[in-house]
Design a protein around this ligand. Sequence first.
Ligand SMILES: [Zn+2]
Length: 467
Amino acid sequence: MNLRACLFALLFASFPSLAEPLLAIVGASVVHPERDSGPAVDADQTVIIAGDRIVAVGPVKSTRVPRGAARIEGKGKWIVPGLVDAHVHFFQSGNLYTRPDGADFNAYMPYAKENERNRARLPVTFKLWLASGVTSVVDIGGPFWNFEVREMARKSDAAPRVVVAGPLVSMVDRVKLDLGDPPIVKTTTVTEVVDLVRREIDRKADYIKVWFIYRPGDDLAAQEALVKAAGDSAHAAGIPLAVHATELVTAKAALRAGADFLVHSVEDAPVDDEFIALMKKNQALYCPTLFVTMGYQYAFSNTWKATEIEKRRADPQILAVMGDLDKIPKEAIPERVQARMANPPQVKPSQTMLDNLKKVWDAGIPVAMGTDAGNVGTLHGPSVFREMELMTQAGLTPLQVLRSATVNGAKAMRMERDIGVVATGRLADLVILDADPTVSVANLARAHRVIKAGHVYSPDELMRSIR
Ligand SMILES: [Zn+2]
């Protein structure tokens, strides 16, 4: 840097108002989910934002509001870090038609049309996330056009931060999802795995994701070798390995193979000491996704009902078709779905998953809140409130849930230095709430304003801008 540049840098560093728009939130309670001890809430705080960064957080009395700063009244409000959903899929909409491999409605709604809708709808879907206070999401697998989703989000005026995995390195085929750029690719040899992973590394994937599907009779050791091949290639490129492995044996195999992120709960058995030790050894993240299977059960038995917050924050296009089973001709409804409609299941969370979450949390493993949004019945945006409510049913306190959705979500985004807490020097991603989130996670749904990279959004206005 020459002397002149140096002087300029100094000038702008000491007088940010000369360079960047300033914002002051005055008199709010700031919530600090990152604190291990002491009070997690500081009352009567002022937060100063310059451009996309927080430049000061401190007591109202001693924190000067710079001249010219725009002002938001913070009295009676709570500030939390912007939420992170660590598990979403933009190629899926959450409606009945989005997973023909699970229930094939092609006779009524062609999957190609559904897929096209989801791609064209991305600007709206981005807004849904912001309107729910979610300022960052991890898209943990989809077609190669996922990399374009990330680019679109970067360039968009109203979008969360998006990191992505490309197509899933999979043990099994999902031919009904293959429209030429499949989200799930069956790979049976190390060469095939390495080839696919390399193509994703070329696109600067943020994660390599493996769909570890084990069925009785499969050779678990051979499968583990494929996961390891994916992990080794990813790690050589500095990219973390995410694995879908929902049984205790596959989850352990995934961890031995180098998994950095388990994107679902272990759901078939209680996690044991060996599992915990492997998680710790890898410093791996755990994403419980408690609601997603319930979403399928509700939707395919025609008992899915929007929650109050979903009525206000979900995509109206999706809400409008969630009750379609009432009007689809019977012959176009898959038999499996007809059977469920005739005999609706008692939908409740899996006790094993709840117990495992508590055990994993108590063992000190970082848990990242994630919904698996886009799957049938799990809607982009407000499904985070269903997920966080279920996490409290596992015995986590509202503050612990908030930590998983912020501090630990930042780890899932690989942005722990920049987001996840409200502190000087961090990116200005935060939510201003009308109610205390440490009393109830439901209060996280009461967003007054959502701020991402210093831009202020009104959730109601975001929703009004959606057609
Ligand atoms: Zn998923």
